[in-house]
Design a protein around this ligand. Structure first.
Ligand SMILES: [Fe+2]
Length: 430
């Protein structure tokens, strides 16, 4: 899809719905009764497995205790692939399931959203539904999305992201689909399920929240109903991410980040995203690195790129990130917001550029199982001129790019991508 085509809908804003949600410590224990109230009888549970925790076992056990039949698909990969979706669709159909529960972060929820849409279209390939509202049958199976991270917000959004592996392996394609039919039936955000999330993963997911909040706050969509949630999510992230990362059993930190995840996703749901996400999708497409990690590395560069068209908005961001902006001009305050984001990134231990990310530093992001088949020959991130070019081209075709605060062309975006791959963050600090 051409960027010009994506720009057309912007004069008319559209508000996309959220599902009902249950939030707070212990919410997961209501899953069985809630599923039965929704008419679930035979559930397909979709998850990465969350190995190293007992989360899947205890939820499946509880569902069975409440009389539900449960089939488990636990092979969802990080950056979910189209084949994960289609394997789960086959399992759903073979077992004549009637409902879905996804347990995990964005990978599990997104694969599940794609599977529901495929099921509603007689098992057609999920890749056929790339784009905006491509569902022809809005009645798909019901879905409860149970979060174990605080980043994606997929449990409450209309978006899902899939990697298309049917394309040339030298040029993989990761796409975002937005579909009102993909919205879950019920979201469950229980901070006690987030206690087992590892340190690096917590930090990276937190920067997904900061991207979800800051992109609509400065987006050219300028969707007023999103701005309050966006700003408050930034405040919650600035206040809670360090604690959630370094003190994982601390309830206020974990709960603060879960609320931040939830309302940040509701902000972008109708308020748009930008090229933090487009760069993130492109790097994942080529290297299968974690979405939150990619966002964290892209975020300071994209904030700096967008600032000249949104100094006032970035000054607001500085304030909610704890900067005393009294006596500052908007430009000075915007610079202080950028410094605060870089400080946060460093405080939670995230690599500063893509070429610092090594194979062994993101094994967790491949769910502890090493490279998946599709990426087994993928090298460490190269960052050479050809790499910068192909990532820039992927960015320009991404569905998030038209929402970016500032107009994007190959010539303007390429240096941003190059800096994400090879530049030093200190360059951005005045
Ligand atoms: Fe995201």
């Amino acid at each position: 899809m051409k960027v010009e085509e994506l720009l057309k809908p912007f004069p008319i804003k559209e508000f996309h719905p959220f599902p009902r949600a249950m939030m707070g410590p212990g919410a997961w224990e209501l899953l069985g009764p809630e599923a039965k109230k929704l008419g679930f009888r035979k559930v397909l549970v979709m998850t990465s497995g969350l190995r190293g925790s007992d989360t899947v076992e205890k939820i499946v056990g509880s569902l069975r205790y409440h009389g539900l039949e449960v089939v488990v698909y636990d092979r969802v990969e990080s950056n979910p692939k189209d084949y994960n979706v289609m394997e789960s669709v086959a399992l759903y159909q073979e077992n004549q399931c009637d409902s879905f529960i996804s347990i995990g972060g964005g990978s599990s929820h997104d694969a599940c959203k794609g599977a529901r849409i495929s099921v509603a279209h007689d098992g057609r390939s999920v890749n056929e539904f790339e784009g905006f509202n491509k569902s022809e049958n809005p009645k798909n199976p019901p879905h409860i999305a149970v979060s174990t991270t605080a980043g994606t917000g997929s449990e409450t959004s209309w978006a899902y992201v899939i990697t298309d592996t049917t394309t040339d392996p030298s040029s993989p394609h990761k796409y975002v689909a937005f579909d009102d039919a993909a919205v879950a039936t019920l979201a469950v955000d229980d901070p006690t399920l987030y206690y087992d999330c590892p340190v690096d993963y917590t930090a990276q997911c937190g920067f997904d929240v900061l991207a979800h909040a800051s992109e609509p706050y400065v987006s050219r969509l300028n969707f007023q109903p999103s701005l309050g949630n966006a700003l408050h999510a930034i405040k919650l992230t600035a206040e809670n991410l360090r604690q959630a990362t370094w003190n994982p059993q601390d309830l206020p930190g974990r709960e603060g980040m879960m609320y931040a995840q939830y309302i940040a996703a509701q902000a972008f749901n109708s308020g748009g995203l930008g090229i933090i996400h487009s760069i993130s999708h492109a790097v994942s497409a080529f290297y299968d690195t974690h979405h939150g990690l990619n966002n964290a590395i892209a975020l300071p560069r994209v904030w700096a790129f967008n600032m000249p068209v949104a100094y006032r908005r970035f000054a607001d961001i500085a304030q909610v990130m704890g900067v005393d902006t009294h006596g500052m001009t908007d430009v000075q305050a915007a610079d202080a917001a950028l410094a605060a984001a870089i400080r946060l990134l460093r405080d939670v231990g995230i690599p500063e550029k893509f070429t610092d990310v090594k194979q062994d530093s993101y094994t967790k992001n491949r769910l502890g199982q090493g490279p998946t088949k599709f990426y087994e020959n993928a090298p460490v991130i190269r960052g050479d001129a050809e790499d910068v070019d192909r990532i820039t081209n992927h960015v320009l075709g991404d569905a998030c790019t038209p929402g970016n605060a500032k107009e994007c062309t190959f010539a303007t975006v390429r240096p941003v991508v190059d800096h994400c791959l090879n530049g030093d963050l200190d360059d951005l600090l005045g």
